[in-house]
Design a protein around this ligand. Structure first.
Ligand SMILES: Nc1ncnc2c1ncn2[C@@H]1O[C@H](COP(=O)(O)OP(=O)(O)OP(=O)(O)O)[C@@H](O)[C@H]1O
Ligand SMILES: [Mg+2]
Length: 501
């Protein structure tokens, strides 16, 4: 048969009650023993007096015969006035034997042979002893032997025993009441102190019953009154913290799941458009209905769309690689050169924009290259600047001025790309994947909304930050990267990086 273990509360109460019972019982035993010793000591004092009276004192007193007991020294040793009940004497003086006891009703009665036999055996050293007399009960006796006589005097222990019994009974009663009070008080106190534990158990059970494996999970359960000043409260507070962490991680997991789902959906959607074009033009050519220039145009469109698909797939792969935390190449990269090349390319691509390059100059008016060298993957950093300048080119009208500034601080190299174009609507989360403005969406050139997402992923993989501030007439993107000569940020380990074609 399996026993259900007792709950902690009951076990604690029983333990406390047992402990209290042990303490109370020990103190009762000790005080009873002490009291017994005191009472017997007092009785012994009286016994010594009684023994004295029974021997010497009697000789000086006038004889007052009062009973039929033989008389020694003029009168019976039991016959002194003031002798208490329960006083016993057994004397053998010569041939005369006195053996009597004053009973409860003050009548002196003779001792029986068995009682006398017990008294005759008491060691005769004058020291008080306890004997059990048949028919009379316990007595404290003193026996002395003199040349002419054997004298044994005794006093009944009845009163002492009665007092002790009453004392023990009272102790037991008080002790039991004390234990009951302690048990009741303990139950109340322990129940009160452990209440938060029940709350912890309830919260944990409720969480255990919540399915956490998928979807959006909220854990509204928390342990209330978790007072960190108490141990039980600390358990509650720790559970609350744990639940908080679990909730945050579950939220993060759900968010990332949704992002991945959204990303896959967006990527598929983006790939479907060029695929549909390619399929359409292929069918057109296969049908044999087009020839000459039309067929050439169809083939050109197929080539354009495939290359657009290729670029898109490259971008997606790059993002996936950066997401997976794959290592980037690490080589010194001079941001001044990268920025200068990017501006030259942009100028060639959009001659009707005004392109300006603002580089740091030293005291002699020469370009100062100190501090603009970073460690990283040159191709990827070129791609970042390319994306920023492409944005400044394609999302702004002709005549827009674009200024690319390179600067260095103590720890960072900073490149900013600033244009005075129309700006970005504030509600557009431009760093999100596939985030595009309406005008970009309508553009036939096929903007995918990955440019800034890639820029951010690359910059962050280099331990840097990217920020955007935009209002109509002023859009500025700042890229901050740790300087190669002040590199303190922990970076990914070096490794080969497949360059974008
Ligand atoms: N300098 C800018 N001026 C105005 N709008 C901008 C500028 N830069 C970005 N944007 C807006 O931010 C959106 C997101 O830019 P992002 O570079 O991420 O994607 P994209 O340029 O649309 O596509 P992709 O760069 O992948 O070809 C753009 O669609 C555009 O609406
Ligand atoms: Mg772009």
């Amino acid at each position: 048969m399996s026993h259900r273990p007792w709950p902690l509360r009951r076990r604690l109460v029983v333990l406390v009650a047992l402990l209290a019972a042990t303490v109370i019982a020990s103190s009762a035993v000790a005080s009873t023993l002490g009291l017994r010793q005191t009472l017997i000591g007092q009785l012994d004092g009286q016994l010594v007096l009684v023994a004295g009276r029974a021997s010497d004192e009697g000789r000086d007193r006038p004889r007052e015969p009062s009973d039929d007991l033989p008389v020694v020294g003029g009168r019976s040793p039991l016959d002194f006035p003031g002798q208490r009940t329960g006083t016993l004497t057994y004397q053998v003086v010569g041939d005369v034997v006195i053996a009597g006891v004053i009973r409860e009703d003050f009548v002196v009665s003779s001792l029986t042979d068995e009682q006398v036999a017990v008294l005759a055996d008491v060691p005769r050293d004058g020291r008080p002893r306890t004997v059990d007399l048949p028919g009379l009960g316990e007595y404290r006796v003193i026996a002395t032997e003199q040349p002419d006589a054997l004298r044994v005097s005794g006093l009944a222990l009845t009163e002492v025993n009665e007092t002790l019994a009453a004392y023990v009974a009272r102790q037991a009663l008080v002790g039991l009441a004390g234990i009951a009070v302690i048990a009741l008080l303990g139950t109340w106190l322990i129940r009160r102190e452990l209440r938060p534990l029940q709350a912890v158990a309830a919260a944990a059970t409720s969480v255990a019953n919540t399915p956490l494996d998928r979807g959006a999970v909220t854990l509204p359960v928390r342990v209330e009154d978790a007072n960190p000043a108490t141990e039980v409260g600390q358990v509650g507070a720790a559970l609350n913290t744990l639940l908080g962490h679990v909730e945050t991680s579950l939220e993060a997991r759900h968010r990332s799941e949704q992002q991945v789902r959204q990303f896959v959906a967006d990527a598929s959607h983006e790939l479907r458009t060029p695929l549909a074009s390619i399929a359409g033009y292929t069918e057109l050519i296969q049908s044999g209905q087009v020839s000459g220039d039309e067929a050439t145009h169809a083939l050109t469109r197929i080539a354009q769309e495939s290359s657009r698909m290729g670029l898109l797939v490259e971008d997606l792969l790059l993002l996936a690689r950066l997401d997976a935390g794959r290592p980037l190449a690490t080589a010194p990269v001079d941001l001044t050169a990268v920025a200068a090349d990017a501006v030259t390319d942009a100028h060639a691509a959009a001659p009707h924009h005004h392109w300006r390059l603002d580089l740091p100059l030293d005291a002699d008016g020469e370009v100062d290259l100190t501090g603009t060298v970073v460690t990283g993957d040159e191709d990827r950093l070129r791609q970042v600047l390319g994306n920023l300048l492409t944005n400044a080119r394609v999302h702004t009208p002709a005549g827009t001025t674009v200024v690319v500034t390179v600067r260095a601080t103590d720890r960072e190299a900073i490149v900013t790309v600033e244009d005075d174009g129309p700006g970005i609507p504030p509600e557009l989360r431009v760093f999100d994947r596939f985030a595009r403005g309406d005008s970009s969406r309508q553009r036939a050139s096929g903007s995918t909304g990955l440019g800034l997402a890639i820029a951010r992923a690359v910059v962050e993989a280099h331990g840097g930050t990217i920020e955007l501030a935009s209002r109509p007439g002023a859009t500025r993107v700042s890229v901050r990267l740790p300087r190669a000569d002040a590199l303190t940020v922990s970076r990914r380990c070096p490794g080969p990086s497949p360059a974008r074609p």
